[in-house]
Design a protein around this ligand. Sequence first.
Ligand SMILES: NC(=O)c1ccc[n+]([C@@H]2O[C@H](COP(=O)([O-])OP(=O)(O)OC[C@H]3O[C@@H](n4cnc5c(N)ncnc54)[C@H](OP(=O)(O)O)[C@@H]3O)[C@@H](O)[C@H]2O)c1
Length: 230
Amino acid sequence: MSGPGTALIVGASRGLGRALAAEYARRGWHVIGTVRGEQRTGLHELAEKSAGRVTIETVDITEPQQVSALGERLSDRTLDLLFVNAAVTRGNIPIGEVPEEMFVEVMVTNALSPMRAVESLRALVAPTGTIGVMSSRQGSIALNVNGGQDVYRASKSALNQLMRSYAARYADAAHTLVLMCPGHVHTGLGGPDAPLSIDESIPRVVDTLERHRGEGGLRFVNYRDEPVAW
Ligand SMILES: NC(=O)c1ccc[n+]([C@@H]2O[C@H](COP(=O)([O-])OP(=O)(O)OC[C@H]3O[C@@H](n4cnc5c(N)ncnc54)[C@H](OP(=O)(O)O)[C@@H]3O)[C@@H](O)[C@H]2O)c1
């Protein structure tokens, strides 16, 4: 399966999500990107220059009613790719010192909400389409030998586990499922010392998603299409 299609990228205001929207549009796809709130973002700038190829929807993934309303607004569309990119980090605090509200916020935003979005929006995805979620190497339990970023790591591990349960629950569906690690990239979340630029990561993220298109099943891979240990 190949050729441009339609992608919904959830969390596309800036950083990797905005770059994903730009890269898919550059490859001829129709892209629906989401932002939160009313503020003008980098996605608005991209949409204005896209000759209608990039359109903008508004959703906060932690608000289930907003997610279902988005699904209703898009009910006449068929997606070749649903990609949930949104996540937050709240700093490198050892677990014993993490306030409960912070733990809940990060887990709800990074693990529960992406899965709710996938459950809610999967009906829009073409039978052989792809559902991707931005994970991270930091979510790998096997590779965690240095610790740090306790809550963020735990949220991505939870996301991975929930995606495995999702894959088992919908084993009869032909959707291709991808947990993606984009590498450590210089963004608001990745920080200024990250070794990779957005341009070194995102085209390869898209190449990897494209390579697995139509395959079915679930994989946890990085931007170089290498499997990441669970
Ligand atoms: N950068 C890295 O090195 C790296 C490495 C591994 C994995 N990742 C993952 O890659 C993804 C993107 O990261 P990034 O580096 O591009 O981060 P970023 O620059 O901080 O961007 C995060 C994006 O998520 C959106 N978002 C956050 N909470 C949301 C919510 N409740 N509802 C809807 N959108 C929400 C933000 O929207 P607003 O503009 O409205 O805040 C923004 O568009 C994340 O899943 C992150 O965990 C990043």
